[in-house]
Design a protein around this ligand. Sequence first.
Ligand SMILES: Nc1ncnc2c1ncn2[C@@H]1O[C@H](COP(=O)(O)OP(=O)(O)O)[C@@H](O)[C@H]1O
Ligand SMILES: [Mg+2]
Length: 468
Amino acid sequence: MPDLPAGHFVFLFTDIAGSIKLWEQYPQAMPSALARHDALVRHAVEPSGGRVFKTVGDACYAVFGAAADALAAALAAQHALMAEDWDQLPLRVRVALHAGHGGQILLTRAVLELIGERLPPGVESRDLGERRLRDITRPERIYQVVAPDLPSDFPPLRTLDLRPNNLPAFSTSFIGRERQVAAICALLRRADVRLLTLTGAGGTGKTRLALQVAADLLDDFEHGVFFVSLAVIRDPALVIAAIAQTLGVQENGNPSLVEILKHYLHDRQVLLLLDNFEQAVTAGPKVTELLASAPRLQVMVTSRALLQVYGEREFLVPPLALPDLRRLPPPELLLKVTAVALFAERARAVQADFALTTENAPAVAEICTRLDGLPLAIELAAARCKLFSPQAMLARLTGTSGQSSLQMLTTGARATCRLANRRCAGRWIGATTCWTWARKNCSRGWPCLWAVARSRPPKWCAIPATIC
Ligand SMILES: Nc1ncnc2c1ncn2[C@@H]1O[C@H](COP(=O)(O)OP(=O)(O)O)[C@@H](O)[C@H]1O
Ligand SMILES: [Mg+2]
């Protein structure tokens, strides 16, 4: 990032509220509106000493050397955006140092403390309390900026604590998938879609996508959204017990647990996310039984296999988008391709100064492609950036003789897979489990992971893999 301002870095983000809908409703008007939005934000940021360092879709990211300057720019941007005639487009923009409503400016406590005494005259901060924000592990204290000539009354913040839920927090960011999140949300907002199963191979990103959707749907489910992990459940009979335990429903003698659960869910509008159903797939009819007796219940499942019960809808989770290797764009554009963005982000987590450059970009693009855009495999490969440059990693994958990876990936990991298979006593195990095992037991875990991640049940063990 050239010419960074000196001092603390304060980031300002803008985001057009409801932009997916706007693109659908005003496809002609949106491109020019977006260009004007970018120009107005830039004009607000630059005189305040900030730099717009990235624009992604409808969002601008800017960095400042002082929190007060960032606030001044946020106020200027919001004034300019409000004053603009958008030709009937209901265009409202969130300007935030975290997220907020259109027209609103929010600050975290850290930023407010940095601003200190430098709040502009007449401008105040309103304490909105401790909030759990999506993709943020700890709660953050959030403040709203109240300025005399900007609106100050907004609906409550849509944070994760508003509705009952047990959604886990992640320490890593969620990348891309906007289209799939929107499509799945739209399906689950339909009253006739009661059971939606997200399918795909192990490591495709089903769980992560489902959790993002679940967080986005919190407002839609009056009595909450609950994540039920079935990862360790082998006995289908235990699925009901796992759901009951998550909801805090207890057996109390006479009626069976399933009857108690039906009674509990009967009047409640709840979304259940049943994760890793493939091991208990014969419990599908129990889920339909619950759905039949609880008219406002909806169920989202992640599974490698369909439940194959009445009323089930399938959503096949695709791998992450891949670049066109024959026409690679420059690194800053390549970073907009989701698979590459994930690689770069996770590589930075293990090596803070990792950057996509013209030198390493072709190797990163090819690694992502060879890993079929599978997030699990990409994450694990990126973690190896601590040891290898992407170019070296690619050379290990392809072999120095220029052989294709599949040609040279023949014998070694078969042994690993056999061992893994024996260890699991003949039980079918998924790619994730196999990789976890292989990683612990192979000195060259990552190429093995590649082979494993590509594998599909039931023939995963037969897939040729590399030397361990
Ligand atoms: N869109 C995404 N953004 C960031 N990380 C992702 C994304 N999709 C998947 N991952 C990561 O990839 C790994 C595998 O994803 P996961 O959802 O567990 O796959 P699955 O449930 O299909 O086996 C996890 O570490 C997850 O956090
Ligand atoms: Mg999963």
